[in-house]
Design a protein around this ligand. Structure first.
Ligand code: PNS
Length: 166
């Protein structure tokens, strides 16, 4: 089974993440999407909430599994028998961090390949951080995230999702 791991914070998942995931799912027999559980990083949604939103958003992708992990990515990848780690690259600004992370992971686990996929251009400026800020300030985010995420953001910030507005 040719399996890839797609790790991230996914706080919350965006259409950009989904686009990258769909591309990975066409290349690999199975893709495991893994929400990183990190006690020291403040998140808007709990790990369980992020996993649930991912599960709902990826139901149509039959070879995608959703889970969470704690600790070193390379160890989780080894336990999952993953051959590659998928990461999305939106712009040059993503590159430096991704390059450092990929080389660190390679030095820890030389057998694990890092594979970078570019989302569709229309998603190249979307980030979870910006989506949260727009939603918090009352902007509409329905174009940037799956419906369940839009609803979860509206609920968290005490607003009405655009889809439910008259
Ligand atoms: O969506 P993000 O926040 O850019 O994802 C970053 C993530 C979770 C992939 C990265 O922080 C990670 O792999 N964390 C697990 C801990 C680890 O293995 N760190 C060493 C690699 S630099």
């Amino acid at each position: 089974m040719l399996r890839a791991l797609y790790p991230g914070s996914f706080d919350p998942i965006t259409n950009g993440h989904l686009d990258v995931l769909a591309r990975a799912a066409r290349l690999f027999e199975e893709v495991v999407v893994a929400v990183a559980h990190n006690e020291s990083k403040a998140a808007l949604f709990s790990t369980q909430e992020r996993v649930a939103l991912l599960e709902e958003s990826t139901r149509h992708l039959t070879n995608v599994k959703v889970t969470s992990f704690e600790g070193l990515l390379v160890e989780f990848a080894r336990a999952q028998h993953a051959k590659a780690v998928i990461r999305g690259l939106r712009a040059v600004s993503d590159f430096e961090f991704e390059f450092q992370m990929a080389l660190m992971n390679r030095s820890l686990e030389p057998e694990l390949e890092a594979l970078f996929l570019m989302p569709c251009e229309e998603y190249s400026y979307i980030s979870s951080r910006m989506v949260k800020e727009v939603a918090r300030l009352g902007g509409e985010v329905g174009r940037f995230v799956p419906r369940c995420v839009e609803e979860a953001l509206a609920k968290r910030f005490g607003r009405t999702p655009s889809a439910l507005k008259a």
